[in-house]
Design a protein around this ligand. Structure first.
Ligand code: NAI
Ligand code: MG
Length: 332
């Protein structure tokens, strides 16, 4: 894959343009601040009230010195409308407030392709549709930018009405520091399917269940909860840091030979080929829209199952003991 850097992008494609960042949350705040620091004109589209309560994001955007408007007004004023709302709200907010302001030659942008790929947003044909996405949590993205660098990113072009959609995406990536680290160009489907696959099978789903089972087996066998917590949760970070730095071989070079031997003989018994088969099924459910359909239905009902799972997790002993331990131990 081609990796794009600063030299491949030109900020002139944003000159004289206004970007409306819609949603001043984790990504919205980090991206807006970076864009503004790079000299881009940014306004914020938000709602003053959310679920009948004052919306803290509205106030935070104002306090950061941005011009903040209701979403429809911001969309009307902008050339580039960058939607950074929680994914499950893009569809309804787009229909209600953005669609009528998506006039000829404007750009619709997002940082995750879910709503375009699964057709919760159907943009008109006479606009550009792009994606500019950091491969990083928002806090790290802002930190890296302030340190004079950036996090890696992705760009994708879905519709190129103006003929400069790709240049607009690259310019936004440059303004947020992503081209300093390196930017990959992909399709909306690749980004969406890979992102969902990764978080469901390895990063969030997958890892979380591995941690929970490890903790349960140890504590059910009578080992102290505190020790089990350190063993299967706290230490995971230290291991992942090594893998991040230098791959699996770097981690293996640092751990003991005993640990490495245990990895080779026991790992494949725990994560057996059945896991790979189920991962394939998960990828299929992502690609054929089954997962998206279920998640959209759940979010339309107000997320009852999500909320129940969230509550159950808060009651799991590893979360309770973890909270206690993190308050007692220094973590640098
Ligand atoms: P977020 O959960 O921080 O929410 C953004 C803001 O949306 C909130 O501050 C709130 O003011 C507003 N909002 C919430 N519900 C609303 C509603 N019903 N109507 C109007 N406004 C509402 O969002 P986050 O996590 O920053 O995600 C934004 C986008 O960035 C998503 O598309 C996500 O997939 C993408 N993304 C997020 C990453 C992350 O690290 N959080 C990483 C890469 C992409
Ligand atoms: Mg992801």
């Amino acid at each position: 894959m081609n990796i794009l850097h600063d030299k491949d992008a030109d900020l002139k494609y944003l000159q004289g343009k206004t970007i409306a960042v819609v949603g001043y949350g984790s990504q919205g705040s980090a991206q807006s601040l970076c864009l503004r620091d790079s000299g881009v004109r940014v306004i914020i589209g938000e709602t003053e009230e959310l679920n009948g309560k004052p919306n803290p994001s509205w106030t935070q955007a104002k306090n950061a010195g941005f011009d903040v408007y209701d979403i429809a007004e911001a969309a009307a004023k902008a050339d580039i409308i960058h939607i950074l709302l929680p994914d499950e709200h893009h569809g309804s907010v787009y229909k209600e407030k953005i669609e009528q302001n998506m006039t000829e030659g404007k750009t619709l942008c997002c940082s995750h392709g879910f709503n375009i790929v699964y057709k919760q947003i159907i943009p008109p044909e006479n606009v550009d549709v792009i994606m500019v996405a950091p491969k990083s949590p928002a806090t790290e993205e802002r930190k890296a930018y302030l340190a004079g660098f950036g996090v890696p990113g992705l760009i994708a072009v879905r519709q190129d009405y103006t003929g400069s959609a790709r240049q607009t995406a690259l310019a936004m990536a440059k303004a947020m520091g992503f081209t300093r680290a390196g930017v990959l160009e992909c399709t909306f489907e690749q980004e969406t399917y890979e992102d969902l696959f990764g978080e469901q099978n390895v990063l969030c789903g997958g890892t979380v269940d591995l941690i929970k089972y490890g903790f349960e087996v140890l504590t059910e066998a009578g080992y102290p909860e505190e020790m089990a917590y350190f063993e299967v949760l706290n230490e995971l970070k230290l291991i992942v840091d090594l893998i991040y730095e230098g791959g699996i071989q770097k981690m293996n070079a640092v751990i003991s030979n005993t640990a490495e031997w245990g990895e080779y003989v026991n790992g494949p018994k725990i994560i057996d080929p059945g896991v790979k088969q189920r991962m394939k099924e998960s990828l299929k459910a992502i690609e054929d829209g089954t997962f998206a359909k279920q998640w959209i239905e759940e979010s339309k009902k107000g997320c009852p199952n999500l909320l129940a799972k969230r509550k159950a997790l808060a009651e799991h002993p590893i979360e309770i003991v973890g909270k206690k331990i993190r308050n007692l131990f220094e973590r640098g």
